[in-house]
Design a binder for this molecule. Sequence first.
Ligand code: 2M8
Length: 470
Amino acid sequence: MSERSERTIRHSSVASRGVGVTGSTEGPGGSPERLHRLAVATLDGNWEHDHTVPSRTLYPHQWSWDSAFIAIGLAHVRPERAWRELESLFHAQWTDGRVPHIVFNPRLPVGAYFPGPEFWGSAGAEGAPAAATSGIIQPPVHALAAWLAYRRAPSDAARAALRRLYPRLVAQQHYLGTRRDVGGGGLACIVHPWESGLDNSPAWDTPMAAVAADVAVMRAYRRHDTTHAHAAHRPTDLDYARYVAIVASYREDGYRDGGLAGRHPFLVECPLFNAASGAAEHALARIAPLAGADPGPHRERAARITEALVRRLYDPAAGTFQPRDLRTGRLVPARTVLGLAPLILPDLPARQIETVVAEARSARFGVAPRMDRPLPSYDRTAPDFEPLRYWRGPSWMNINWLIRRGLLTHGRDALAAGLGRSMVELVATAGCHEYFHPDTGAGLGSPAFGWTAALLLDLLADAREPAGAG
Ligand code: 2M8
């Protein structure tokens, strides 16, 4: 029996011994052809006129970083859709360069998602597009996605799309490097946990605890997530009261960024967000010549971001990167998977590569050439590790994909291969779930999830003809 089928069976039997409501374990099995078919069917099923929804039930609109990951997968099977996915998102870019984290589908009924367009009220904000959107952003993985989509399926149409996107990607970076450099140290600041993409990560517990909110405020709203997902897996009502309070603070000032330092309740420099921004500049340096532009300024900005990340977010005692809470000036001590993300930067200094790879290999995260268990989103040795709750333990395909890319970038091929195999096994065992139990591999959250399917396609293609991290 092959190592993979042995491990798949072990995952299944562990899972079937009683995950019950905690997860689904019905997967398509391990054949690459079956997995490929499942991934394509999932993406086709989630396609919605000009974009792919993350999930038909839980997230029925267009999400920003989901679209980027989805475009990477679409490039393997439906390249024209990959470009429509990115172009429809950037069509909703604000005039200041921000790319909203949600673009709402006007065809859906009010209440299809909370908080919906009526809550965000983007129409009243200066520089907002015609489409209803949220007013916040997500990690800028789009330039990297555009570059990878182009490299996977280069064509005249792809080159034309890349040229159209280039100035918009540059504007996105300009927004981050100017209006969002609230700390003045060369890094972009996030103004809401939702901007990190790892909404409920323990990394945000300390900054969130300082946000004044009354849980009673949630009586005025109807949460949509807990009707589609298990309440015990999702953020609490108090978390949501704080999420709402932070948006309200930003919205009341018309989503303006001037003066945020003096008035906004949540201001954090996140290692993953800024690593994505550095990787975006590296990708733009590759794209620029195709768009008739000079790659030099992108290389310079990439170098400045890496330098700032090391200076501001690397903790030498912990040997990893940590978010900085700008309201207190302190690094957040929780060891989350966010700290490993700077590995995606090709110019990360040797010292940081070495210690962050050691952190990835430690019992906290367990990355190995042969992985016993999936990569968790949070230190599995921490007393508050929660294997079932959203971003507080479970394993996620997009984060694993980023970390695998980082390992390949720095020549850690055996570790990257181990992580890649464990990712394929997750889907083979449980299907294209939103996230996975970090011990059993059981599927959790939404069952037909966009980026899981898309990044599986990327992995399967890489197994056929390794593209490396170039
Ligand atoms: C989750 O975030 C949304 C809010 O943006 C939610 O919890 O309702 C996160 O996993 C985020 O990273 C993701 O982009 C989004 C859609 O998949 O869902």
